[in-house]
Design a protein around this ligand. Sequence first.
Ligand code: SPD
Length: 357
Amino acid sequence: MKQLVRTFALVFVAAFALMILTSYLNKSQGYSGGNTLTIYNWGDYIDPDLLTEFEEETGMKVIYQTFDSNEAMLTKIEQGGTTFDVAIPSEYAISKMKEENLLVALDHSKLPNLKNIDARFMNLSFDEDNKFSIPYFWGTVGVVFNPELVDGLTFESWNDLWDPRLKNQILLLDGAREVMGMGLNSLGYSLNDTNEDHLQEALTKLSTLTPNVRAIVGDEIKMLLANEEAAVGLVWSGDASEIMDENDKLDYMVPEEGSNLWFDNMVIPTTARNVEGAHQFINFMLDPDHAARNAEYVGYSTPNAAALELLPEDITEDERFYPDETLTGKLEVYDNLGKKMLSHYNDLFLEFKMHSK
Ligand code: SPD
């Protein structure tokens, strides 16, 4: 009898340990299902109160994971073994995911709040008819600078960043397309250029920037610039807006040669376990009040026309963050350059990073 009780206790303990381990692995690897919803988003890109409200409203449990580049997000989803229900990639990554059949076609009848999105952000070339993706935030790539720390320098051109007075004063966001794009644009080339001579020229030009580069960093770029640890940063517009909220001495500009106009959209990857819940979440984020609060919290520009009505005018009328179509018309959206060329851009960026150390 004692032996039986001991065996039973052992089996019980083993089963309990297995349950805890499985639940830990599921959470850390992005597995979901049942009444959970797993969201995969950029870091610092949602008001956490909205996640709590969504859980309270729907009874679903949200598992939330973050990434810091489209490339990292793509690799993780492509390699499988995860069950992200919602992800928020940028346009060229969406185009690549479509090509690789990694996206679920959306049921628009479950997204009544889609009517709130400004027509300007719908039916874009990377996803016509928004069959697979729904606008979340949009913006530009540009330069944030602290006029008090730049020795009278003004910024109009990408080439201003090469001024020797900026020695060790520039922080760069850690993005292959953004940094390579800056090199290409500074030479007058397109940020979608695939000509090998132009790419090598851009790399050589970027390597001459290294004396001015203090560091290549992730989301901490906001804190470093707001705390005046460096004078200049290559950033996404929404990060600039957040930095300038923290420190109003700073300013943001988009260089005259041109730059990137980007769109981050919500998608449902084919690995989703909770497609119904994913639609509910997307519709929740499209609600004007939720979208406005999210935009105010993260500092990025909302494509939600009804949410714009709820935001203060000093936000919506700031043309640095809500540029009109005359400016955006001059900017370039990243093309999906294909697997080989995207990985070549990454390799060139890695080479530049090695020079910058
Ligand atoms: N910290 C949130 C960053 C989100 C930026 N997305 C921009 C992507 C541009 N390709």
